[in-house]
Design a binder for this molecule. Structure first.
Ligand SMILES: NC(=O)C1=CN([C@@H]2O[C@H](COP(=O)(O)OP(=O)(O)OC[C@H]3O[C@@H](n4cnc5c(N)ncnc54)[C@H](OP(=O)(O)O)[C@@H]3O)[C@@H](O)[C@H]2O)C=CC1
Ligand SMILES: O=C(CO)[C@H](O)[C@H](O)COP(=O)(O)O
Length: 485
């Protein structure tokens, strides 16, 4: 059944793209596509009511609604292009299976949801059996971004990008220089991997801002004053969407009680999985994403209600007093934020090398300049560093960031020390300090780690003065033997 309000005639091969899933993101993206492509857009949802509501609420948009997959597919121009905006997991599998039965070989199915990249690899193989290209595409920007300009991270081959460019560039966010925030980030599942890492950085920055808020409150500022302080931080290259969002949410008064809304919010955060996936990917690829880890586990620890109750401090909710200035907290936050972005970039580089995805970090930082949740004023400078040196080991070790990190480390140290003495938990700031200190330390405690592993498990060790692997015959004469050259 066709439920389009825009036409009484059946829609056959008129739509350049169809959207499956008309929830928060799908509805906004369908409207964005219609507004920018100025062509009818097909929409389909298992929940017919959602389609009807969308059509009723937006009579100005030429959206063609369908309740039957065959008719939905029949409304698409060739090559057929479908954008899936359904929850990850079973809904993607179910939607893909029903589409593969209807679409013609050569069709393209884009999954714009937050699907785990390993699942994406399976979907690519499944669709290929039907001659269909499955494309994992990270979409960031939330509901408003989807409507007015998201950042889009596409994974696939160059022919897919050529075909989809005319559909995606018009709907993507535009950076200050007018460039659209969409690109082919690499092959295979790299689009979804990139979005996952984006969300990992999002977890870290949200936690760092939240810790800075707590510290500023402990330093004696009211919530209103914290909002003003954060607003003063949100300038020039330091500005970011998340800082701007913090200023906005901290300025909201509680609708039912005295004071700020934030004072009446339960201090137990949850997540939908992308932060944890980033931590697991870090472990898989051997990249320290420790700040993202700390930020993910804060949410778990905050929600461990029984354990927290068992340890609750007798002084209850008294705010500890912190003797660190707002300027020092600001510089600590700016420094930790750069270190967190670097961890995400390092993970992208490692996974790309391992999978031959061909991810270009300059392009990724370029398309994160607008539209996405982690957009920030300094991403243009990060992009320039990777443009100049695609193999750069670390943008933070390169100017202008190197000088900023060196200058900011003292503030980060003062802040972490002050918070520790005042018994204020700041896992993300503390982890940033430790991670950066580790990178700057000429000789680490991991020498003893090597030796202990060899002692109990004959895992061998490497030496500073000779190549190859060695083992000590611990239980005998403690001779050193070379196990490989
Ligand atoms: N919300 C956000 O800010 C962002 C979300 N994302 C990701 O985008 C994806 C979609 O998110 P969102 O729009 O928030 O989700 P919603 O739950 O709001 O919308 C999903 C819609 O898809 C429908 N649906 C489920 N299964 C099928 C199917 N097999 N065929 C057709 N329609 C189906 C659902 O119907 P029903 O209601 O009956 O279940 C629902 O209407 C997720 O992967 C999410 O993680 C990405 C970026 C930001
Ligand atoms: O994808 C997004 C933004 O780009 C979502 O906002 C993000 O996934 C929220 O994650 P969580 O609910 O786990 O905090």
């Amino acid at each position: 059944m066709i439920t389009s309000r825009s036409t009484t005639e059946p829609t056959i091969m008129e739509c350049p793209i169809g959207v499956v899933g008309t929830g928060v993101m799908g509805a906004s993206l369908a409207r964005n596509l219609e507004r920018n492509l100025k062509q009818p857009i097909a929409i389909f949802d298992l929940n017919q009511e959602k389609v009807d509501v969308l059509l009723a609420q937006h009579p100005e948009a030429d959206l063609r609604g369908f309740s039957e997959v065959g008719e939905f597919v029949g409304s698409l121009k060739h090559p057929q292009v479908v954008l899936l905006m359904v929850p990850a997991g079973k809904p993607v599998e179910a939607a893909l299976a029903s589409l593969c039965a209807e679409l013609e070989p050569g069709a393209m199915v884009i999954d714009g949801g937050n699907t785990h990249y390993i699942e994406t690899e399976k979907h690519i193989a499944y669709a290929a059996q039907h001659g269909i290209k499955f494309i994992g595409m990270g979409v960031s920007g939330g509901e408003q971004g989807a409507l007015w300009g998201p950042s889009l991270m596409l994974g696939g081959d160059p022919s897919v990008w050529e075909a989809l460019k005319p559909l995606l560039e018009p709907i993507a966010a535009k950076a200050e220089d007018g460039q659209p925030c969409v690109t082919l980030v690499g092959s295979g599942a790299s689009g979804h991997f990139t979005k996952m890492v984006h969300n990992g950085i999002e977890y870290a920055d949200i936690e760092l801002i939240s810790e800075a808020y707590t510290l500023l409150r402990s330093a004696g500022l009211t919530t209103k004053e914290v909002a003003t302080e954060l607003s003063s931080w949100n300038q020039g290259k330091n500005r970011s969407f998340l800082l701007e969002s913090a200023v906005e949410v901290l300025s909201v008064k509680d609708p039912t009680h005295e004071g700020s809304l934030v004072d009446h919010i339960l201090d137990q955060a949850k997540g939908k999985g992308t932060g944890a996936w980033t931590v697991m990917a870090g472990a898989d690829y051997g990249v320290a994403v420790s700040i993202i880890g700390a930020s993910t586990f804060v949410r778990s620890a905050s929600s461990a209600v029984r354990e927290r109750e068992a340890w609750l401090h007798p002084e209850g909710e008294q705010t500890p007093r912190l003797n660190v200035s707002p300027t020092t907290i600001r510089d600590a936050y700016f420094t930790a934020r750069l270190i967190a972005y670097q961890q995400g970039m390092s993970l992208l580089a490692a996974a790309s090398a391992e999978n031959n995805w061909g991810i270009n970090l300059a392009d990724i930082s370029r398309i994160w300049r607008a539209g996405c949740i982690i957009r920030a004023g300094f991403l243009g400078d990060i992009s320039a560093i990777y443009e100049n040196d695609p193999e750069s080991a670390s943008f933070t070790a390169t100017e202008p960031f190197r000088g900023q990190v060196i200058a900011g480390m003292h503030s980060l140290r003062q802040t972490v020390a002050g918070a520790s003495l005042a018994a204020i938990p700041i896992p993300a700031l503390a982890t940033s300090l430790n991670h950066q200190t580790l990178l700057e330390t000429p000789r680490l405690s991991t020498a003893l780690v090597q030796l202990l592993r060899d002692y109990f498990g004959a895992h061998t060790f490497e030496r500073t003065d000779a190549a190859g692997s060695f083992h000590i015959v611990w239980e005998d004469d403690r001779q050193q033997i070379q196990t490989s050259s």
